[in-house]
Every structure is written in structure tokens, then in C-alpha cells.
Design a binder for this molecule. Structure first.
Ligand code: UDX
Length: 457
């Protein structure tokens, strides 16, 4: 694409999607392209320029009226978002053409495959962006093609699934939606449909890197025009350079950046367990209590992100009891934290961004997956990339405190996982911190979750 060409980028409105796609915008801007980042939002404000002249942000409605009570039903939410985008995007494109700034391409989130037709109808090239790895997309593709039948229940199933270029997979290594079809019919259809029109897409982008999924890529690249553009972790973190600004940049939802960093600064190298489950996972109360007990019993220092209302579920007096052993925050500057030398391991839900961040920054992981692509990411993290361990859950998916203590000990004290894994991306570092720009607080996205990428966007 020629310098100065205009590209629209449209992520699905969830943090794990906005983060990598907005980082990708920065990269395109650094190559001389003009970008419009379209953000689906609760409260769309007028379009505005960011600090970088080449990137404009256009907030559009998620389909809910101001003040309208929003159900927490994800299926309902996604249907509203689809209808709203289909309504506003064509007009936006027409307006851009009329104002002499016609877009050449639409980079759209793979979870919204219907955007390809919008792009082609209005004369734009369509580039699909996968925020999940190929190991997950390939499974969905085989399901879509009917060449893979999913075991009907998640647990207590001994069937092993065999797929080309994959290790044998258990039912609980598969993306959860495949095994929970009745709970999320729209989402199930969406994840499988992601690949329904991939043969017509002009270019296929994925937030992964070649070395990581080498085996599978041979096949993937032989069938589709694939470009792996990950990891979209800003390269200053990969180079272990923390921001010089002592406020550690702009924090949209009030991550207690200084509090976290000052606490970590007082700890010995590799002595702290960092615990975070991303922006969407909500632990059930009994699981949260069990995890709290396990972390306390482990005897290690821990920095734990307990989001919003979850804090009320913690055992009474827990914060007083753990004292200096633990710091609990509602949101952390995760990249800064993972870069900090005091971090010894990362207890994670294995969301794809978190997994890539752990891999890229060389932090051993303990996987405690919950849903979506996380079980598959956790399987590969433990058995294929061998950069961590995965907690074993009971038949009902519950993880006991003893298992937490055992796994933390294994990674923090044992030999099973190297103390500091070698960063997987040394050879493939991409420059993702070339543009510095900020997005105001008025942009509120899905579920009012924090927007970490904006702190360094
Ligand atoms: C979701 C899915 O869970 C994930 O599996 C999918 O691949 C993408 O969408 P999420 O659950 O939010 O995302 O997890 P993840 O993909 O790990 O993204 C969370 C992001 O928030 C990461 O970039 C992480 O650095 C950031 N974060 C998380 C913070 O900055 N601070 C925190 O306290 C927690």
C-alpha cells in the first residue's frame, strides 16, 4: 500500500482485541499510512485526532441508548454491536470519501467476518485480524469444515482429539465455546464463522509470530495469504526499558502504577508471583476464596489483580492477614510489572495477550484457564512451548488451594520450569512503540473494563 493511504481499523469492543489492534495501528502509522481507529463505545463522542497526526479515533455506538440498562448477556451484546456497526460504518466510509479522505482498506476483527462484505461493497480491501493464535483458529476451521467432531462434554471425557500438526488434545484442551455450545449460541456461531469467508479475504493478519507456531504455519500459509504481525508488545518492554516518566504514562482506569512499582522495587529478584486473569474473567466466589488461601499458603510474595466487585468476595480480614506478603490492586500496569526483575512467575488465565506478554518478556507461567481460547493456549504453553505449568482442576473445573500451592512452588522453587525463560521473540522483535498518543477517558468500551493499551498507546 502506498505511503499516505488511508486504512480503517475496527476491533471488537473488548480489551483483548482493542489492545493488539491499536498497537498495530501505531505500526502502520510508522510506515507512513493514515489510520482511522473505529472504537465501538458506550458513549460515542465526536471523532478526534490523537497526538499522532496520522491516527484519528472515531467512536461509534454499541447500539445501546444512553442510560439504557445493559444486560450482561454476551450474546445479546454482540448482536447489538453487529447491528450498530452495520448501520454506522457505511455512512462513515461515505463521509470519508466525500471529505477527500477515501479509505483504501478495512482491517477488521476476525470475530466480525461480515465486515468483509461491507469492505468489498464500498470498494475497500478487507484484511482480517486474528487476535487469537493459529492453534485456536485452526481448530475452529476444522469444526467449520466438519472435519472435526467436538466431544459433547467438557470434563470426564477421555476422548483424544487428533488434528494435523497438533499434539493429541483432550476435551478440556479445546476452546471452551466448542464444549459449552448451549450457553453461548451466538458466540459459538461467531467463533466458527470467523473462518467462513477466509478464502475471499485480501490479507490475513494474526497476532502471533512465525517461530511460535512454525509447525502449523506451513499448512496455514500454504492455503491463505497470511502475515503474522505479532507480538504486538511494544518493543521498549521487550528491550526491558521501562518508561522514563516516573508516572509510567497515562492510565485510563487508574491503575495504581506507582503503588505497584514501588512495592515491587522493594522485592528481591524473581521473588514475586504476579496473578492476573485479564479483563473479562470473573472468578466464582468459592474459587476466589480458594485461590486467596492458596496464594497465602504458598509463602511467596504476590501481586494480585482483583477486579472491581471481586474484592468484596475476598475472605474477611484477608488484606490485613497477608500484610506485606501480598499487594492487591484492581488493575495493574501489566507490561511494566512483567518487565520488573522481582517477578518470578505469572499466574495467568492464558488470555492470548497475556500469554504472548509472558512469552515475550521471559516470565514463566502458571496457567489457570477459564474459557474461550484460554484452555488451548494453556495446553501449548505447558506441553509445546514448555514455558510453564497448568493447574489441574477437579471434574467440575474447580482448582483447590493445595494445587495452587504445589504449582507456585514448582515454578518458584523447582527445576521443572527454568527460573527465567528465554524470550521467544528475540529474533522477531517488531517496532511497536514508535508513536506516542493518548485516548481520553470518555471512551468506555465493553463491560467498562480498563483499557491497558491506552497507557502506552
Ligand atoms: C480476551 C480473551 O480472554 C483472550 O483469551 C483472547 O485471546 C482475547 O480476548 P482478556 O481475557 O482480557 O482477553 O485477556 P488477554 O488477552 O490476556 O488481555 C488482557 C490485556 O489486559 C493484556 O494485554 C494485559 O496486559 C492487560 N492487563 C490485564 C493489564 O494491563 N492490567 C491488568 O491488571 C490486567
Amino acid at each position: 500500500m502506498k505511503e499516505g493511504s488511508h486504512v480503517i481499523v475496527l476491533p471488537f469492543p473488548a480489551q483483548g482485541h482493542i489492545t493488539p489492534m491499536s498497537q498495530f495501528c501505531k505500526r502502520l502509522a510508522s510506515k507512513g499510512l493514515k489510520l482511522t481507529l473505529v472504537l465501538v463505545s458506550d458513549n460515542p463522542s465526536p471523532p478526534y485526532k490523537t497526538e499522532h497526526d496520522s491516527i484519528a479515533v472515531v467512536p461509534i455506538s454499541n447500539g445501546f441508548e444512553e442510560g439504557e440498562e445493559r444486560s450482561q448477556d454476551l450474546d445479546d451484546y454482540m448482536e447489538r454491536v453487529e447491528a450498530s456497526i452495520k448501520n454506522s460504518l457505511p455512512k462513515l466510509i461515505e463521509d470519508m470519501k466525500l471529505s477527500g479522505n477515501p479509505p483504501r482498506a478495512l482491517v477488521y476483527d476476525s470475530t466480525m467476518p461480515w465486515l468483509l462484505d461491507v469492505a468489498h461493497t464500498y470498494g475497500l480491501s478487507g484484511a482480517v485480524f486474528f487476535t487469537q493464535p493459529w492453534i485456536v483458529s485452526a481448530i475452529y476451521y476444522h469444526v467449520f469444515k466438519g472435519s472435526f467432531s467436538v466431544p459433547s462434554t467438557k470434563y470426564g471425557h477421555s476422548t483424544l482429539a487428533s488434528l494435523p500438526s497438533f499434539p493429541m488434545l483432550n476435551a478440556n484442551d479445546l476452546p471452551s465455546f466448542l464444549c459449552e455450545s448451549s450457553s453461548y449460541p451466538y458466540i459459538l456461531r461467531t467463533v466458527i464463522d470467523q473462518l467462513s469467508n477466509i478464502d475471499r479475504v485480501d490479507i490475513v493478519l494474526c497476532n502471533t509470530f512465525d517461530k511460535l507456531e512454525e509447525k502449523l504455519l506451513k499448512w496455514v500459509q500454504s492455503v491463505w495469504p497470511v502475515l503474522n504481525i505479532g507480538p504486538t508488545v511494544p518493543s521498549m518492554y521487550l528491550d526491558k526499558r521501562l518508561p522514563e516518566d516516573k508516572n509510567y504514562g497515562f492510565s485510563l482506569f487508574g491503575a495504581k502504577v506507582a503503588e505497584c512499582m514501588e512495592w515491587l522495587n522493594l522485592k528481591q529478584p524473581s521473588s514475586v508471583v504476579y496473578v492476573s486473569f485479564g479483563s473479562l474473567v470473573v472468578l466464582k466466589e468459592d474459587q476466589l476464596i480458594e485461590l486467596a488461601a492458596g496464594l497465602k499458603q504458598s509463602g511467596h510474595f504476590f501481586l494480585w489483580v482483583v477486579r472491581g466487585g471481586e474484592k468484596n468476595k475476598l475472605p474477611e480480614n484477608y488484606i490485613e492477614e497477608i500484610g506485606e506478603k501480598g499487594l492487591i490492586v484492581s488493575w495493574s500496569p501489566q507490561l511494566e510489572v512483567l518487565t520488573h526483575k522481582s517477578i518470578g512467575c505469572f499466574l495467568t488465565h492464558c488470555g492470548w495477550n497475556s500469554t504472548l506478554e509472558g512469552l515475550s518478556l521471559g516470565v514463566p507461567m502458571i496457567g489457570m484457564p477459564h474459557w474461550a481460547d484460554q484452555p488451548t493456549n494453556a495446553k501449548f504453553m505447558e506441553d509445546v512451548w514448555k514455558v510453564g505449568v497448568r493447574v489441574k482442576a477437579n471434574g467440575d473445573g474447580f482448582v483447590r488451594r493445595g494445587e495452587i500451592v504445589r504449582r507456585v512452588g514448582e515454578v518458584m522453587e523447582g527445576e521443572k520450569v527454568p527460573k527465567r525463560i528465554v524470550s521467544f521473540v528475540k529474533m522477531t522483535v517488531r517496532k511497536y512503540d514508535v508513536v506516542s498518543t493518548k485516548i481520553p477517558k470518555s471512551i468506555v468500551v465493553f463491560n467498562r473494563t480498563p483499557c491497558p493499551s491506552f497507557s502506552d498507546f
